[in-house]
Design a protein around this ligand. Sequence first.
Ligand SMILES: [Zn+2]
Length: 393
Amino acid sequence: MNVVVKNVNIVDVKSGAISENSSILIQDGQITEIDKGSLGLPGNPRVIDGENNYVIPGMADMHVHLNWDGGPDPRRKVIEEGSKIAILRAYKNAMDHLRIGVTTLLDVGSMDDLAIDLSTAIKNGVITGPNVYSTGRIICIIGGHGAGLGYEISGPGDALRATRTLIKNGADLLKIAATSGAYGAFGAEKLESIQLDPEEIRTITSEAGKYRIKVNAHALNLDGIRNCVNNGVSIIHHGAFLDKETARLMKQKGVSLVPTLLVYQKLSEKVPGVMPEAIKKASEVIKHHKDAFLNAMEAGVKIAGGTDAYSPNFGGFPRIIDEAILMGEYGMSNQEVLRSITINAAELLENDKTSGSIEKGKEADLVFLKDNPIKDLKNLKKVTKVIFRGIEI
Ligand SMILES: [Zn+2]
């Protein structure tokens, strides 16, 4: 099926340039031609009038937990319900993203590796859904961040076993908890604690490296971040206490950051049912997070947008656009924010040959917006239409 989209303003997320009054030819789900004005109409295509909308590529959220519900205590909820209900919720949550134009998701922690099954079902065409990349369970220390749902290890032998098991199960990337977190109440969950040891981290990254599988790390405090940067981790998530020197080291070693700024603000609200320790720790994190984010920006660290969607008190709906708006408020330029939720994410996932920007040869994942998102990031909320692999959603 051929489709011609005409009369649109195409946003180049790489340069920030806008190509006005353009047309896009889509053949078998791929962009095959982009032109100013109108294109020829080969093979009697369906014509979509873009009505002078702005078109951006499908967006990405690089930190979601699709099996959770965003209520006060999602971990307890999935444990009570079990993984059969949880995978159905994960599917619903993935589709909610697709409908607003988020076409790529990285799930960084699910019970029983269920996000791997969701991803496989989509890849194999059992169900339709966005691109879901999954790490399966989080690898953490016994009683550490992610304990209860994660793969709890102790020592390099365990680390190797966990890594090989997750790769066997089909993880696209891995996720480790290098430090404690805000959401967690076991004894080891002190904000200042390091959790996985450098030797355990090195074991995981070197084994995963054999298969060119990248390792993501949950890391809040500085010592934990350093342990990751010095031991082969590719992507730091949260990075709440990142200082200038370590940011420069990240840049030097090509380590990227997914900051997840909004989730700690939401978690710090005093909402009944959310564990008091989490509220207290999140309140501490938000005092430092903006500086850490600015340190990363200043050092030129590659930043990709992610939310921690479906975490406690975060709501049962997609949040990447709210995160994008906050990144802008914290001092990132609108164009950089757009990059971070499109092409930067694609580069981190190594799928930038097929997605992340509107270019000939890439998949036709297009989000139509009533107004220009480079002028105002709030315009990302004015979605009028989503096309995913050439098909209108
Ligand atoms: Zn998370």
